[in-house]
Design a protein around this ligand. Structure first.
Ligand SMILES: Cc1cc2nc3c(=O)[nH]c(=O)nc-3n(C[C@H](O)[C@H](O)[C@H](O)COP(=O)(O)O)c2cc1C
Length: 298
């Protein structure tokens, strides 16, 4: 989670048995040094856990080459690539012994990622918080189709906040799940309290996709900023006009400053399932206990 998944949250998730994934920009200043920041976050996580950790590498980040150097120098074993072509860095990462997971939102992207040599794909459905694919495919249809077309593990993402979603994803052919919004509302997440409160108060109809002319993104619907974006889009504003309103680091303003008037509050449609802010370890414990209960009753 771009500005939010720092070393503290990733370590809490990994310590509890999940795989915590650090974002290079987590907690960073608006035009801050992502490379230095990632180094700090890796140190923070490493001070808390010796369990495996991943790093997310959005391939559109400016500092990509330096981030890659750092990831390799620090011995990170798992990289999640997103927002770009899997053909770019998969060979390099794999030749250095790094496992590569790539985020996809269609069968075509999954097949391309598999051809590029990734170890697993993360199939992200339209329910996902933050950026979405242009085809907006719901997870229930996406997982089995991706699973039918690639012979590597499929990790399901989007709309999963509890064990029911995890069991359903596995029944559809997934080998694992990735949760974003559920961990946004965790105690360890550095998201601003205003933002976390808005997430746990949101119901089933309270998220929406905007920015379809740029990169479709799912956010909380009832914030002044999202309402402004929706009005702009309804009035036929051009992508450039919308870009101007977004400005730089719009999701940081909501995420870290709690400013829901000028910031983009990314949020998945699973928000309606999330009623309290919990420690990351409790979230994982509930997933596992719920899984056991459901599977026993099947
Ligand atoms: C606030 C927020 C920021 C996110 N930022 C990123 C990101 O930087 N890179 C990425 O690959 N996915 C990002 N995601 C997507 C998550 O990794 C995950 O796939 C998604 O949240 C799953 O859907 P869910 O929110 O319904 O759990 C973000 C999600 C949220 C909620």
């Amino acid at each position: 989670m771009l500005w939010l998944a720092d070393g503290g949250l990733a370590a809490a998730v990994s310590s509890a048995g999940g795989l915590g994934v650090i974002s290079p920009l987590a907690g960073c200043r608006p035009h801050g040094d992502a490379v230095q920041n990632l180094s700090t976050q890796i140190d923070r996580a490493g001070a808390v856990t010796s369990r495996p950790l991943g790093v997310n590498l959005p391939l559109d980040l400016r500092e990509i080459d330096l981030l890659l150097d750092l990831i390799l120098a620090r011995g990170i074993g798992i990289v999640v690539t997103s927002a770009g072509s899997p053909a770019l860095y998969t060979d390099l990462l794999k030749s250095c012994g790094v496992r590569v997971l790539h985020v996809v939102s269609s069968v075509k992207q999954a097949v391309k990622a598999k051809s590029a040599g990734v170890d697993a794909v993360i199939a992200a459905g339209v329910e996902s918080g933050a950026r979405n694919g242009h085809d907006e495919i719901p997870l229930f249809s996406l997982i089995p189709q991706v699973a039918d077309h690639v012979d590597i593990p499929v990790i399901a993402a989007g709309g999963i906040a509890d064990a029911r979603g995890m069991v359903a994803a596995m029944a559809l052919g997934a080998h694992g799940v990735q949760l974003g919004t559920r961990f946004l509302a965790s105690r360890e997440c550095i998201a601003h309290e205003n933002y976390k409160k808005a997430v746990i108060e949101a119901g089933d109809t309270d998220t929406v996709i905007t920015l379809r002319s740029l990169i479709p993104s799912r956010s909380l619907k009832n914030t002044p900023f999202t309402r402004k974006l929706m009005a702009l889009e309804a009035s036929g504003s051009t992508p450039d006009e919308i870009r101007q309103v977004l400005g730089h680091a719009a999701s940081r303003r909501a995420g870290l400053e709690g400013d829901l008037s000028t910031g983009e509050a990314y949020c998945g449609s699973s928000a309606g399932l999330i009623r309290e802010i919990l420690p990351a370890a409790d979230i994982i414990r509930l997933l596992v206990e719920g899984w056991d209960r459901i599977v026993t009753d099947l």
